[in-house]
Design a protein. Structure first.
Length: 291
């Protein structure tokens, strides 16, 4: 099947990033969110990010104009039923995702493919709440979407080859690279990345090093472009905790136990960049470590 129109659920950082790359690749995009303010912010963010690409010579002014014209917004979830491919990019809570798919199912065309941008939740379990588990799979973009080249494609137990191939064609058209992952908790990237971040938080919690020394050590000693605590702030500490809980619950191994300090920061509402405080305080001109 040929995918022409793409529906995206959620206009946050991931949703607007996915809309950005899809529209630049020539797809018509219908972007949904329950908040009109979030939709307005998403459109402003896309325009700003594309303008940056124009200034760097990566796209032209015409590319920007045409891409933005391909994006339509709606607060009505069921309007996405007329699209060929739906990518759910809502908050990383399984109950929220299940409710979205259950609301969508009665309004879908027979050929519509359902996907989730989840970074850790079982694709098979999400698919079981729909009428088309064979046309359901994981479509996991990396953040920030316009910059990162990898997309994880995750088959559920029932996902058919036609669905996988159709999604692979989309990834290829975006100029990104697909990695095929099995449906295990956190898939590939976060199965490896999140325990590293969690261990960095334990290193801070146990007093082995400060925020600054931990991040500097990994940047200078392991050649990482960003320290693990700085990266956690960028991802969102609530997202990191949610993924660690999925790993801990799904694999039943104590090595995936979330660090109590990570839990404490989330309980305090210190979620990283999006709340202006996490392992760093971003309210001033220069980020300052909070420990």
């Amino acid at each position: 099947m040929e995918i022409k129109k793409i529906g995206i659920v959620g206009a946050g950082q991931m949703g607007n990033g996915i809309a950005h790359v899809m529209s630049l690749a020539g797809y018509d995009v219908l972007l949904n969110d329950i908040s009109q303010d979030a939709l307005n912010t998403a459109m402003d963010q896309m325009k700003s990010n594309m303008a940056r690409q124009v200034s760097r010579g990566k796209i032209t002014d015409d590319d920007l104009t045409n891409a933005l014209e391909r994006v339509t917004t709606t607060q009505v979830l069921t309007e996405l039923g007329q699209t060929d491919l739906i990518i759910e990019a809502a908050t990383e809570r399984e109950t929220v995702k299940q409710a979205i798919f259950e609301d969508l199912v009665p309004h879908l065309q027979p050929h519509t493919i359902l996907t989730s941008n989840t970074s850790s939740i079982s694709i098979t379990r999400l698919a079981s709440r729909t009428d088309r588990p064979e046309k359901f799979m994981g479509f996991h973009f990396m953040n920030p979407v316009p910059v990162m080249q990898l997309v994880e494609l995750i088959r559920g137990i029932a996902t058919d080859e036609e669905t996988y191939s159709a999604c692979k064609v989309v990834v290829d058209r975006l100029g990104k690279t697909a990695a095929s992952a099995e449906d295990f908790p956190a898939f590939i990237v976060n199965r490896i990345l999140m325990p590293m971040i969690n261990e960095a938080v334990y290193t801070l919690y146990e007093g082995v090093g400060s925020v600054q020394s931990i991040d500097s050590s990994m940047k200078l000693g392991a050649n990482h472009p960003m320290g693990p605590l700085e990266l956690a702030d960028f991802i969102g500490l609530d997202t990191c905790l949610a993924i660690m809980n999925v790993l801990h619950d799904g694999l039943a191994d104590t090595k995936y136990r979330p660090c109590p300090l990570l839990t404490k920061y989330v309980e305090a509402g210190w979620l990283g960049r999006k709340t202006q405080r996490g392992f760093y305080d971003y309210r001033g001109e220069v980020p300052v470590p909070t420990r």
